[in-house]
Ligand binder design. Structure first.
Ligand SMILES: NC(=O)c1ccc[n+]([C@@H]2O[C@H](COP(=O)([O-])OP(=O)(O)OC[C@H]3O[C@@H](n4cnc5c(N)ncnc54)[C@H](OP(=O)(O)O)[C@@H]3O)[C@@H](O)[C@H]2O)c1
Length: 287
């Protein structure tokens, strides 16, 4: 790629970087000699990833064990990142795992909401100062290409009145995360931080092949593309000389760089920001 920024000794965190698309992106960034931190639950996958990152040329590579499905786990992971490096050049989100049916976390939250929306929103807000401190902090969400129609009822985010389905919650959590990107890029417009949703199509990864996934998802996983292909736009968003064209934008096409500004309902984006602040405060975390 032409006109890359210099990532030698830059600090980049991959939440969910011990497998699949996040790991493939981390290996590409390791080739640019960055310091890389990968977060996941399985120490064996973490150790294997660290070894692959070092082999690819990382200036340094560390695995941090963490469970991002709880508010306390997210706070602990964010604090550990800040103790690792006070300045960050990039954060990539791809943590997700399969559950059978509607699963409620230890905090009483619906699982996809907790891991695929709340963890990302919390981490971005807890790490934004460190991202700003680098002078060019980039946040990338690995996502499904959902639209505004998939935004769930903000008055019933835990599916207490609305009937829960796998697709409503999985796609809805991405839609919430797009509202977050839109609102954060507006609120942080005076900061040197960009947020981008990099959408991927069916990809052959651990979560997609998990027996707890609905059969259609496993089928899509089997015929899906390689993680390295799905990681391309996330890598581009991290390395290109300027990511300004992708700030507050969605890259719907995994194989081409075509950023579209997110323009969901602005009132909903602000409301979700406030709901998130209240929710995390109820669990002892001030954003
Ligand atoms: N693959 C696809 O076809 C596809 C399509 C559309 C969107 N996506 C999006 O891509 C992301 C998933 O990436 P992937 O397909 O590359 O999956 P993957 O290979 O299964 O990787 C998921 C990563 O998340 C980590 N993880 C899972 N649960 C975690 C938790 N509670 N706390 C911390 N880390 C956790 C996993 O490590 P541990 O298990 O060790 O924790 C692993 O490193 C999701 O956001 C998903 O919605 C994927």
């Amino acid at each position: 790629m032409q006109h890359e920024r210099d990532l030698q000794d830059a600090n980049v965190v991959f939440f969910g970087g011990t497998a699949g698309i996040g790991q493939a992106a981390a290996v590409e960034i390791a080739r640019r000699h960055a310091n890389i931190r990968v977060v996941g639950r399985d120490p064996a996958a973490g150790a294997a990833t660290v070894s692959a990152l070092k082999q690819a040329g990382a200036a340094s590579a560390v695995f941090a064990r963490g469970d991002l499905s709880t508010v306390a786990g997210v706070k602990e992971a964010a604090d550990a990142v800040l103790a690792w490096k006070p300045t960050l050049h990039g954060v990539v989100h791809s943590a997700m795992s399969a559950q059978r049916g509607k699963h409620i976390t230890a905090d009483g939250l619906e699982f996809a909401f907790a891991l695929q929306y709340l963890a990302r929103a919390m981490l971005n807000r807890l790490l934004v100062d460190a991202l700003s401190a680098s002078g060019d902090g980039r946040i990338i969400h690995i996502s499904g290409a959902v639209g505004e129609r998939q935004v769930p009822d903000l008055g019933d985010l835990q599916y207490e009145r609305t009937r829960w389905t796998f697709f409503k919650s999985a796609l809805g959590s991405h839609a919430l995360s797009f509202l977050h990107i839109q609102e954060a890029s507006r609120r942080w417009s005076d900061r040197p931080v960009t947020l981008t949703a990099a959408c991927v199509g069916p990809t052959k990864t651990k979560v997609m092949l998990d027996p707890r996934m609905p059969p259609i998802m496993r089928l899509l996983g089997m015929i899906g593309t390689r993680p390295e292909v799905s990681a391309r736009n996330a890598v581009t968003a991290l390395v290109k000389a300027s990511a300004a064209d992708a700030n507050g934008a969605i890259l719907r096409k995994p194989k081409s760089w075509t950023p579209e500004p997110l323009a969901f309902d602005a009132g909903k984006a602000t409301k979700l920001w406030d709901i998130t602040s209240v929710l995390t405060a109820q669990h002892g975390v001030t954003l």
